[in-house]
Each structure stands twice: as C-alpha cells, then as structure tokens.
Design a protein around this ligand. Structure first.
Ligand SMILES: [Zn+2]
Length: 309
C-alpha cells in the first residue's frame, strides 16, 4: 500500500504519495507563510490533502523528513534552526491532524533512505551518504539499517572538529568542518575576502555585490588563480576529502553516495572529495568501495520519508 512522504524545509512543505517501489504517484508543494508550529502543521495538512486527492489511493501512514535535530522515537523536533523551533512535538501534532500514524526523521536520514531504496544505493547494504549543501551532513547505513545513535544524532559529519578553537559554527561550537566547508560558510568566507578587498577575481565576478556570491562563484575565482579564493576553496575541499576518507576507513562501506547542492554544482570541490577518499582512506577499507552521486535530486527526502513508514 502507498504511503505519504513529507519534506519540511525552511520555506516550503512538500507532500507526495509514494508507492512501495519509491515511485511518486502525486505531489504538492506549498510555501510556509508563517512559521508557528500550528500554521506549519496546517500547511502540511493542505499539501497532503492535495497530493492524496490527486492520487486517489489509500495510504497506510506518513513519514516526515525535517531539517533539524529530532529526539529519537518521539517525533519531537528538539532544534530546527530554519523554522526557529525548539522542542516542538511535530509527530504528535501531525498524527492528530492527519489521522495517520506519523514518523518524523531528520531530512538527511530521509534522503539517505530514499537513495538506499530507490536511488544510488540500491542493492548495497553498507552505505555512507555525505551531503554538502548549505550545511554538511552524513548518514550511516549498516546492514540495511539507519544507524541513529543513542540520542538519534549519529552521522553528524559537519560537526566533527577540524581545527580546535577555529571558526564559529552555526551549532554554537568552534572549529567544525561545516564552519569551513558548508555552503553558508563558504559564502561567509568569500564575503570576508570581498569586504577586505583581498580578492580581485571575486570582486570582478560579483561586480562588487556580495549578494551575488555563492559557492560556485568562489570555485570560479579559485580556478581562475585568485590566491585568497583558492586558499579557502582548497582548504574546504581538503577538509571534506579527509573527513569523508576517515569515515570510509572507520565504517568500510560498499558504497559512498555524494550529494547536496554544493557537491552537485561545484565539480572542483567534488574532485577534492573523490581524490581525498582515494588517497586518504585506508587501502583495505576502500577495496570494495564505489563512489556514486545521488540520483534522486530534490525528491530523495520525500521518497525516503515515505519509504521509512
Ligand atoms: Zn558545528
């Protein structure tokens, strides 16, 4: 029987009816005009109703992938920075509103589960998924099971420390990988160069307007030979490559799946990661490793949330 998948981001809620093979039968996307928990639950319910009426099938439950840290098994969003939420019992609220059992997981876990079952991870049992978008996240799948950890936050690659006492991260701690290599922080570092007048190439590419900066601009400036841009780009690439290589050494997966907007759109950074994994993971841990790009794009979380039910 099909299930309902919900992808809750910071600006939109998407809902889809998904069959057991991970095919989307119908979908709907609605903007979040207001971010109070009650208003967001209402928008999710409207998107779900739209998807359900288009598919005209019964569903047996609902899975939600939400950006944030989720208390294991409780469906409570402990911290959701995009929505400005703390300790919101989203699972219970949605169960009551939708009249279906609802399971809430982290958006990256949902995306990884989607890729495992309907995308680049099909056929593998031990998979490591690393996504670099605005943040840096990863998910461990061992023996076809999501590894969640005692508190439900296993796999937080972005908050592994790379420089003790280093740059301040969005999580409130210092020296995290994400503070150097996440999309938001790549842009922040490029802005610092621009405002200090240290990067003629970035100034040229942006026409001096910091609002046009993105990770691709930084990569273009680095590849054009701008020394300051290159330093930031190379450092981010090397840190990502080493961080992911170390995870391969520890976990010995059969497949590494790379995704997220930054790795999808910045081939230079992707190359650092692939070369880093080949050069720095232990020889025995990568003997059976294949490296694949994520296949489901923006739909991975939606499909994965539905398949987790
Ligand atoms: Zn952090």
């Amino acid at each position: 029987m099909p299930t309902l998948g919900i992808d809750l981001g910071g600006t939109n809620a998407r809902a889809a009816v998904v069959d057991e093979q991970g095919r989307i039968l119908s979908s709907a996307k609605l903007p979040l005009a207001e971010r109070s928990p009650a208003a967001v639950v209402e928008v999710i319910a409207l998107a779900a109703a739209e998807a359900l009426s288009e598919a005209r099938v019964e569903v047996r439950g609902c899975g939600v992938g939400a950006a944030g840290q989720i208390h294991r098994d409780s469906g409570v969003l402990a911290v959701a920075p995009n929505l400005g939420w703390r300790n919101v019992p989203l699972g219970a609220m949605l169960t009551e509103r939708l009249g279906h059992p609802v399971r809430v997981v982290n958006d990256l876990a949902a995306a990884a589960w989607g890729e495992l079952n309907a995308g680049a991870g099909r056929g593998a049992q031990d998979v490591y998924v690393a996504f670099v978008g605005s943040g840096v996240g990863s998910c461990i799948i061992a023996n076809s099971q999501l590894v969640r950890g005692a508190g439900g936050v296993a796999g937080e690659l972005g908050h592994t420390k790379v420089i003790p006492g280093g740059r301040l991260c969005g999580c409130g701690e210092r020296g995290c990988l994400e503070a150097y290599a996440g999309g938001h922080n790549l842009i922040a570092q490029a802005r610092e160069l621009l405002s200090a007048g240290r990067s003629p190439e970035l100034a040229r590419l942006t026409g001096g307007d910091p609002a046009t900066l993105n990770p691709v601009t930084l990569e273009l400036a680095a590849e054009a030979g701008d020394p300051a841009a290159r330093e930031i780009h190379e450092r981010a690439g090397q840190m990502l490559g080493m961080g992911i290589a170390n995870m391969i050494t520890v976990l010995n997966p059969a497949r590494l799946i790379l995704g997220g907007g930054v790795l999808m759109n910045c081939p230079g950074l992707r190359r650092y990661v692939e070369e880093g994994v080949r050069a720095l993971s232990s020889t025995v841990s990568r003997e059976h490793l294949s490296i694949n790009m994520a296949e489901l794009g923006d739909d991975s979380g939606l499909i994965g949330a539905a398949l987790l039910v």
